[in-house]
Ligand binder design. Structure first.
Ligand SMILES: [Fe+2]
Ligand SMILES: [Fe+2]
Length: 299
């Protein structure tokens, strides 16, 4: 199934921008028709669990907000050299904007609100917001999307309340599609990256890899009572999925450190041999452009 060896007929790298654009347009047609069903109040096990849920969905809100802003800013920049790709970025940003709306509604349903960012999260997004190079922004965003979709899939496995499950299912389904979409964005942007800038980009990749795994520690303090994902499991899942994605999409030329993988009991060869999540997501999305029919897999 690896698209890394170029043999997969449905590998994500074969999709032209026009294909992604058609897909995004179809998704956009009915996006706003989908509504959250919030009639059944949630019986929380404790106030601590509810507070952890508010923290969890606040983190999601900030990710959507940042994704929306970066995508629309990039769209303006890209419009000068690839209008079709710019339109993809714009529609993609709209999807994040829609998620942001749903999360605002959901947060108020659980008696929470959008809160100011904590110190670590704030620093993270400030640094990201300051990134100027297009390749850095798209690489960072792809890595954010990957840990986002990983977290949602893991949380979905444990979620029981129908409203929580619906919210997580929507996010899981769409973020899974956003990962291969961002692979496409990165592939296009890298075509314009000069070879001499690759070393810098490579450093960013390795730095982010470690920082994002580290972020799972901070998020456990705030959100574990809700999502029930232990640190060990979440950090290992981040290491696995951030590693696997780039091993499969090997033409992007980012490769996780073997030492780091080994620290989580992961092996490069096994990750290469396991199914390519990007291809699975694209196939699922293609099989059902009506979003309701996409099969969402919990981790
Ligand atoms: Fe999103
Ligand atoms: Fe996304």
């Amino acid at each position: 199934m690896s698209s890394g060896n170029g043999s997969a007929p449905l590998g994500t790298r074969e999709r032209p921008t026009s294909w992604w654009l058609a897909m995004l347009r179809k998704r956009a047609e009915r996006m706003y028709e989908e509504k959250l069903d919030l009639h059944e109040p949630i019986a929380w096990a404790s106030e601590g669990e509810r507070q952890a849920a508010i923290a969890f969905f606040n983190a999601a809100f900030r990710a959507e907000e940042s994704g929306l802003r970066q995508a629309h800013e990039l769209a303006e920049e890209v419009a000068g050299w690839d209008p079709e790709l710019a339109e993809c970025l714009r529609l993609y940003g709209n999807e994040e904007g829609w998620h942001r709306e749903l999360l605002t509604e959901f947060l108020s349903f659980i008696g929470g609100e959008v809160r100011p960012m904590g110190k670590i999260t704030g620093t993270f997004y400030r640094l990201y917001g300051r990134a100027e190079r297009m390749d850095t922004i798209v690489l960072t965003n792809l890595m954010f999307e990957t840990i986002g979709s990983t977290t949602y899939r893991l949380a979905l496995r444990r979620a029981t309340h129908p409203a929580v499950r619906q919210m997580l299912t929507i996010l899981t389904r769409d973020e899974s599609f956003h990962v291969p979409l961002n692979v496409h964005f990165l592939r296009q942007v890298l075509k314009r990256t000069h070879e001499r800038d690759r070393a810098h980009l490579d450093r960013i990749y390795h730095l982010l890899y470690v920082a994002l795994i580290g972020s799972s520690y901070a998020s456990r303090r705030r959100a574990e009572k809700f999502d029930k994902i232990p640190f060990r499991e979440l950090s290992r899942a981040y290491a696995e999925h951030l590693g696997k994605l780039f091993l499969h999409e090997d033409d992007l030329r980012f490769s996780p450190s073997s030492l780091l993988l080994r620290a989580f009991g992961l092996r490069r060869a096994e990750l290469c041999a396991s199914p390519d999540d990007s291809v699975v997501s694209v196939q699922a999305a293609e099989a059902a452009v009506d979003r309701e029919r996409v099969e969402v897999r919990a981790l």
